[in-house]
Design a protein around this ligand. Structure first.
Ligand code: PLP
Length: 394
């Protein structure tokens, strides 16, 4: 089996599993309890907070633990919107290719009278500082732009966007779920006010994440209940998962340089191999992308069929297109970077990790090449293209 879907989730690392098990055995108390067992758990929780904070250049008091990336995104966006509304500011700037956790949350706010402006994304999969600057108005309460895209892996200029937001005194949130543990993050130099991360994208457990909130930025609780997380996030903390996340993030950050070096070789080998397939095209730029991300469109191919053929050969990948209620909608990300719906349907996302090998990459190249050929051979549309009846798009 070859697992090449690390943007969807990763396997927990040995260090993350060990940290979780030890915590469950030794510091299983409720951190809100005043007795010894509770206070030991409180100490473990605080130590995890310090470690997570250190990995992103924050203070421990600025870290709030959540149930994952989705909750962190929702919390940041809803809180900034409601705080803005108090001052009559109801305009939000974001991009057309954010994760659904951001886009659906913005959709909800639209229904509550907020005005949402989604910036166009260029073919390279990014938005510019100038675009953000031009979109900010007097009544803008939030700019939310992702650090790196989960489908095409493009990296956005968060530092420059953060700078503009700081100048214009607008809160800047970034969904860094794909970036944390994979790219350097420093909330100070990058002028980030709020940042979401999720443990299962960097070899930590699922169902746990964090929201960084800069000191001085007001944050409203979403849940009513106890006084956990300094009264901002009610509910008994998932201490074993949080401790495990801290171990995973620390490990990922410590190994980042070495991992990136190795991953770039694998990634670029895979890109070169797949580029040799006729009528194929890489999504996003060759260089400005996550070290493990490879995203392609193959003309005349149905992405879902391609996935099934690859699965048959023991290769786990993703199409990057979402199945919505029975109808196969092309990916909003690929449409946002200007792919036609027809071409967007033939997408394939392969996301690598240091555990992957050169041999696996070569196997993937052969398998994709064969599968694409087979699917095209069966396609009536493809016959029309080959015979010249219809033009090629790629
Ligand atoms: C995975 C992901 C999320 C959601 O995180 P969960 O922890 O799975 O809720 C949000 N944003 C991006 C960019 C992601 O890749």
């Amino acid at each position: 089996m070859i697992y090449a879907d690390h943007a969807a989730t990763t396997k927990m690392s040995r260090a993350a599993m060990d940290a979780m098990r030890i915590c469950m055995e030794q510091t299983w108390g409720n951190p809100s309890s005043l007795h010894d067992v509770g206070q030991n758990a409180a100490l473990a929780l605080w130590a995890a907070r310090e470690r997570v904070a250190a990995c992103i250049g924050a203070c421990p008091e600025e870290i709030y633990f959540t149930s994952g990336g989705t909750e962190a995104d929702n919390w940041a966006i809803l809180s900034a919107a409601y705080e803005g509304a108090k001052k009559g500011k109801r305009h939000i700037v974001s991009t057309a290719f954010e994760h659904h956790a951001v886009l659906e949350c913005l959709q909800r706010l639209k229904g509550q009278g907020f005005e949402v402006e989604l910036l166009d994304v260029c073919e390279k999969g990014t938005v510019s500082r100038q675009q953000v600057a031009a979109a900010i108005r007097k009544d803008t309460c939030l700019v939310t732009v992702m650090y790196a895209n989960n489908e095409i892996g493009s990296i956005l200029p968060v530092e420059q966007i953060g700078e503009v937001c700081r100048e214009k005194k607008v809160v800047f949130h970034t969904d860094a779920v794909q970036a944390a543990g994979h790219l350097p993050v420093d909330v100070g130099t990058q002028h980030i006010d709020m940042l979401s991360l999720s443990a299962h994208k960097f070899h930590g457990p699922k169902g746990v994440g964090a929201l960084y909130v800069r000191k001085g930025i007001a944050i409203q609780p979403l849940l009513a209940g106890g006084a956990q997380e300094r009264g901002r996030r009610a509910g008994t903390e998932n201490v074993p998962a949080i401790v495990s996340m801290a171990a995973a993030l620390e490990e990922a950050c410590a190994g980042m340089e070495a991992h990136t070096k190795k991953l770039l070789l694998l990634r670029d080998r895979l890109i070169a191999g797949l580029s040799a397939i006729p009528h194929s095209s890489l999504n996003g730029e060759r260089s400005n992308r996550l070290p493990g991300n490879v995203s392609f469109c193959f003309e005349g191919v149905e992405g879902e069929s391609l996935l099934l053929l690859l699965d048959d050969k023991g290769i786990c990948a993703s199409s990057g297109s979402a199945c919505t209620s029975g109808s196969l909608e092309p990916s909003h990300v690929l449409l946002a970077i200007g792919r036609s719906p027809e071409v967007a349907h033939g997408s394939l996302r392969l996301t690598l990790d240091v555990e992957n090998t050169q041999e696996e990459v070569d196997k993937i190249c052969r398998a994709v090449s064969e599968a694409v050929e087979r699917l095209r051979f069966m396609s009536p549309v493809w016959k029309d293209k080959v015979s010249g009846k219809k033009p090629f798009a790629l």
